[in-house]
Design a protein around this ligand. Structure first.
Ligand SMILES: C[S@@+](CC[C@H](N)C(=O)[O-])C[C@H]1O[C@@H](n2cnc3c(N)ncnc32)[C@H](O)[C@@H]1O
Ligand code: SF4
Length: 137
């Protein structure tokens, strides 16, 4: 927990955000097979793709998080880069939520290298990358 979040968490209850933290799981799909993972259906899993939130739903959740003063909003999955609207979510998140409060968990799957600029632009140091992929950024 950052020093900033710790300081905020000591504020009187009346000043605390109603939603301190939010992880948005954009997809249950992932190309990897980490032994501990509980959310990695195959990348081409049609039923999992059909269950994913629509673009409007994800944006609506970001609106609500911003309205509630959420301190940290992270995009995750499964593998969030597999979501076809990922770049649009980055731009929308930046338009609603301060950059320092955004975060991303990803393993930078093959074929998604073109998203590098959007990731750096949106999340900067708050992109949590798998170490064996980190040299792509
Ligand atoms: C599910 S992954 C999704 C984002 C991306 N694919 C990644 O691995 O960073 C997000 C985080 O959840 C962790 N995780 C996966 N399965 C878990 C489990 N069963 N219990 C606790 N953490 C888990 C992963 O290790 C990773 O740090
Ligand atoms: S990379 Fe992430 S989502 Fe994929 S299997 Fe590993 S922990 Fe799960």
């Amino acid at each position: 927990m950052s020093e900033y979040v710790q300081r905020v968490s000591r504020l009187p209850e009346s000043l605390l955000p109603r939603l301190p933290h939010l992880d948005i799981e954009l997809t249950e799909r992932c190309d990897n097979d980490c032994i501990h993972c509980c959310i990695n259906l195959p990348a081409g899993h049609a039923a999992a793709r059909a269950r994913e939130m629509t673009t409007q739903q994800v944006m609506g959740i970001m609106d609500q998080a911003a309205g509630l003063g959420c301190l940290q909003v992270r995009l995750t999955g499964g593998e969030p880069l597999l979501h076809p609207e990922f770049e649009q979510f980055c731009d929308y998140a930046l338009s609603k939520i301060p950059r320092m409060q955004l975060g991303l968990w990803t393993c930078l799957p093959e074929g998604k290298e073109h998203l590098r600029d959007a990731i750096v632009r949106t999340f900067g140091d708050n992109a949590y990358l798998r170490l064996w992929e980190a040299d792509l950024i």
